[in-house]
Design a protein around this ligand. Sequence first.
Ligand SMILES: *[C@@H]1O[C@H](CO)[C@@H](O)[C@H](O)[C@H]1NC(C)=O
Ligand SMILES: *[C@@H]1O[C@H](CO)[C@@H](O)[C@H](O)[C@H]1NC(C)=O
Ligand SMILES: *[C@@H]1O[C@H](CO)[C@@H](O)[C@H](O)[C@H]1NC(C)=O
Ligand SMILES: *[C@@H]1O[C@H](CO)[C@@H](O)[C@H](O)[C@H]1NC(C)=O
Length: 369
Amino acid sequence: MYCKRIAAVALLASTASAQTFYDVIQQQPTLSLFATIIKNFNTTFNEIISSISASELRTILVPNNEAVASYLRQSNIRSAAQISSEVVRPFLSYHVLMNNVSSKDFSQPGGSIVESALKDPEFALLKDNAGQVVFAHKAVEAAQQAKDAAVEVKSGIGESVRIVQSNIQFDQGQFHVVDGLLTLPINCSKTIARRGAERLVTYIGRVNLLDALDGTPGATCFAPSDAAIESALPVLMNLTDAELVDAIKFHTLLDPYYTKDLTDGQLVETALAGRSVRVNIVGEDYYFNGVKAITTNDIVRNGVAYVLDGQRSAKEHDNNKECHVDKYRYEHKYGVRGDGHLSREHCDRRRRKWHYLYANCKWHTEWCR
Ligand SMILES: *[C@@H]1O[C@H](CO)[C@@H](O)[C@H](O)[C@H]1NC(C)=O
Ligand SMILES: *[C@@H]1O[C@H](CO)[C@@H](O)[C@H](O)[C@H]1NC(C)=O
Ligand SMILES: *[C@@H]1O[C@H](CO)[C@@H](O)[C@H](O)[C@H]1NC(C)=O
Ligand SMILES: *[C@@H]1O[C@H](CO)[C@@H](O)[C@H](O)[C@H]1NC(C)=O
């Protein structure tokens, strides 16, 4: 038995480590602050670690000393020893991820979503009581310079950290050193308000849908930016509350769709019965019914949010095609007579209306299939 164990350890020495997580991090001077936190909250940390089934491995994101020091400064906490346990538990839980995930696994095309041990209902409201997730992807700017581009990990309120040292093995999995602390997710309305869609939240509040938006487990919210709302104001002002409710439902999906779940040309059903949204992917950009997302994968308590910029698709050619394809429906609906082609003017008018589609979903579905 003893011999067998030695042999197994020797075999794994180049890949896995027989050392515990604490043993490995306490040997690294640049991780001493996190090691202190783990030591001080040994029981809490062990509880978090064992909340993941024993048969599974774990991946831990370890903030380096600069990251912890800067967090302490910002939070007015004098030393790592003074952090309170209520504060520590959700933070530590969010930094413990399920499975044995290497930095290569993180940087799949389209990014990857990894579940964490964070299940506190204040920060995680997902289907089947699943743990909150992080979104990891290869940082775009760095990708152009280095083959070995940095992996970015996105957490709550649109905040990201970078992996600065990766794939360090311990007995139950591996860890990656990050240059900041993950940000605990907050609910959708608070997130989009902080991300440039504050005016939308006012409309959602007006029709009492805030609780539905923030309290539905596992959802996607599309949030037209303040500028998009501004340009849609003439239409928005005229909407009845019932129409506004429909428009908001049209901007909500009843499952969390992270970018890795989306494919070009896909139709996704919205919370407004029978109405779908079309997804287009152009390079690194995501479009929903031709409207570009200016933020993607903003992790929120109950799923994910995208802020939309209110510009129509860059696919000029496709728009023209749609004008043509839709002409009969248009003529039927609006009684426009002509030579069988929509004039340039009609196309232009249609595009202007496209801006209003956020506010008027009926208009939208008549036009944008
Ligand atoms: C975790 O995955 C790495 C490859 O990324 C592998 O080398 C290592 O052995 C795995 N760890 C365990 C404990 O199985
Ligand atoms: C933490 O607690 C476990 C058991 O509760 C113990 O085996 C381990 O040595 C402790 N680690 C530290 C760093 O105190
Ligand atoms: C959303 O967050 C805000 C601020 O924390 C809170 O006041 C509100 O009750 C939350 N809504 C839900 C449905 O949890
Ligand atoms: C909004 O309603 C007013 C008054 O009924 C009308 O004059 C205006 O044209 C409407 N605006 C839009 C964009 O439909």
